[in-house]
Design a protein around this ligand. Structure first.
Ligand code: ADP
Length: 551
């Protein structure tokens, strides 16, 4: 601090009087007392002193702040050390030369030794670091080496062998350590993915094996995920569609492979399945569109796939190309339909004419017998034609039912009366309670009764009683027809209602076409009813059917 000089700068003191030339004292010659200057000086001194005090305080404050910063930095470093030590990932710090200068506990535990001091080459050889496919890894490919050279290091999966000989898969990443603009080292983090990789590999193997099995089967297998995308398709499926597997997987199944006009319906079936409503959607047929733009009809058997928690995450469909089969079936149906219709007209004429001749009376007994044979055979042919028509209608889902309100008891009695002339060796009885009202197709129900009564006669060749009952039971009309015939072997009972099924001819020498029970069951089902039977081989059978009572 400099002191200011007062001389030369001070203003002359103001004169109160003009100088007197006769005054010889020198008092007036002395410079006047500089009172103002002193005050000023004092003020300046006080100011300087204040500044000194302030500066001292400031210095003290600065020292305190520096101390606090140092303590804080120390605490940070301690925290970082704790984080470093407690990380489950192995962390390595490299110096600019690529030497390990620090490694955390996880790193030591993972490797089975302390890697500090090893350089990049040592690390590769000591841990025999290699790529997952077993090929050796070049130093420059190591993420920490890339980071040291200022290149962006990606995540690299590496296989290393620990000191104990354990093979580990690690996912390594690294970033450079930068100080004042230059790279002074790198930090590498290794994540142990051994278990994960093992599980993935096991899953992949399982998937490959499953795909292998799926590829040898002769049905198309398609798995569609909740987002409607294809998760898997087997070889048969890709061949059917005419695309490579990788061109199908990941694409939206409905938008890519289902013709536009069928899309909504097929999608709604898929949604039903995904919602867990499997019944009904288990089996269905729908067209698909191939790479060549051709439509094929596929019959699918569906099931759903669930995750561990039981949630549905995909549907699996096993499909069979039924295009040709359905085409052939349609052609056959059309032909049978046509043939049956063509037969009906001449048969009706034939029957009508025979009836006229029979009414007129035959010339002799032989002629009468011949006419009756023609009549019976014409009836049989008409029955065959009707049966064929019924079967084709059932198989195409077009069995027509014309309901009217009728008395089932009266219908049963009528049918029994019609077959009685043919049952010379049997005693046919009917027990019916009053009126049993049902809504039904009179002609078709009559056919059902005829089929069951015919069978009862046919399969009790030695005659015996045939008891027919009609009763009301729990709101249903129940008809039973019991015979005391040959019965049905237990092992053949399950298939009895299948089309064309006949009990083995060794057991049942008399038989028809194996269609009567099949058609009867369909007719009763279409009325909302059911058919069943009880039978003991050698003792006889009882066939039942139940229909809902009319309101
Ligand atoms: P079919 O025209 O051959 O009689 P159905 O469909 O009416 O055809 O019957 C199928 C088979 O069931 C018959 O072939 C016969 O073996 C057996 N069946 C049907 N009804 C009886 C019955 N009442 N007693 C014993 N077997 C029967």
């Amino acid at each position: 601090m400099s002191q200011r000089k007062s001389s030369g700068r001070e203003k002359p003191a103001p004169r109160s009087q003009p100088p007197n030339p006769s005054d010889t004292s020198c008092a007036h010659a002395r410079p006047p007392e500089p009172a103002a200057d002193r005050d000023d000086l004092l003020a300046r001194l006080r100011e300087a002193n204040q500044k000194l005090i302030t500066a001292g305080l400031l210095a003290q404050e600065q020292a305190q702040a520096a101390e606090m910063a140092r303590a804080e930095a120390q605490q940070r470093a301690g925290e970082l050390d704790a984080v470093f030590a407690s990380m489950v990932e192995a962390v390595f710090v490299f110096d600019a030369g690529g030497r390990v200068v620090r490694a955390n506990l996880a790193a030591t535990a993972m490797l089975g030794f302390d890697p500090v001091g090893l350089d990049r080459g040592d690390l590769i050889s000591k841990l025999s670091i290699r790529h997952p496919d077993g090929t050796p890894v070049a130093v420059e490919r190591l993420p920490w080496d890339q980071a040291l050279h200022g290149r962006k290091a990606g995540r690299e999966c590496l296989i290393v062998t620990s000191a104990g000989g354990r093979e580990l898969a690690v996912l390594a990443t690294a970033s450079p350590l930068v100080s004042r603009g230059s790279i002074v080292g790198a930090v590498a983090v290794w994540h142990d993915v051994t278990e994960q990789r093992r599980t993935e590999q096991a899953l992949r193997e399982q998937r490959d094996r499953a795909q292998l099995y799926l590829d040898v089967v002769e049905v198309a297998v398609v798995i569609v995920g909740a987002d409607e995308r294809v998760l898997l398709i087997n070889r048969k499926g890709s061949r059917l569609l005419g695309y490579r597997e990788d061109e199908i997987v990941g694409r939206n199944w409905f938008d890519s492979f289902i013709p536009a006009e069928a899309r909504d319906e097929v999608r709604s079936i898929f949604r039903e399945l995904m919602a867990g409503h499997v019944g009904g959607a288990e089996y269905y047929e729908n067209p698909i569109v191939t790479a060549r733009g051709e439509e094929r009809l596929i019959a699918w058997h569906n099931t759903v796939l669930r995750d561990k928690a039981g949630r549905i995450y995909a549907t699996l469909g096993a499909g069979e190309d039924v295009t040709e089969r359905r085409r052939a079936e349609r052609a056959r149906e059309e032909f049978v339909n046509l043939a049956a219709h063509e037969l009906k007209t001449p048969l009706t004429t034939l029957k009508g004419n025979v009836q006229i001749l029979l009414k007129r009376g035959a010339h002799d007994e032989e002629e009468g017998r011949l006419l009756r044979v023609i009549d019976a055979e014409a009836n049989q042919m008409a029955h065959v034609a009707r049966t064929l028509l019924d079967v084709t209608q059932i198989q195409s889902g077009h069995l027509a039912i014309e309901r009217t309100r009728l008395d089932l008891a009266a219908l049963v009695k009528g049918a029994v009366a019609e077959i009685r002339p043919l049952a010379s060796r049997h005693q046919v009885t009917v027990a019916a309670e009053g009126v049993v009202p049902v809504e039904g197709d009179r002609e078709r129900l009559r056919d059902v009764l005829h089929s069951l009564l015919d069978n009862a006669l046919k399969y009790s060749p030695h005659g015996g009683p045939i008891q027919v009952t009609v009763r009301i039971e729990k709101g249903e009309a129940v008809v039973s027809i019991a015979d005391h015939g040959i019965g049905i072997p237990k092992d053949q009972q399950a298939q009895l209602f299948q089309a064309f099924y006949q009990v083995s001819p060794m057991v049942h020498p008399t038989s028809g076409m194996g269609l009567g029970l099949y058609i009867s069951r369909e007719v009763i089902r279409r009325h909302g009813g059911r058919v069943w039977f009880e039978s003991v081989e050698g003792k006889g059978s009882t066939f039942y059917f139940a229909l809902p009572l009319a309101a």
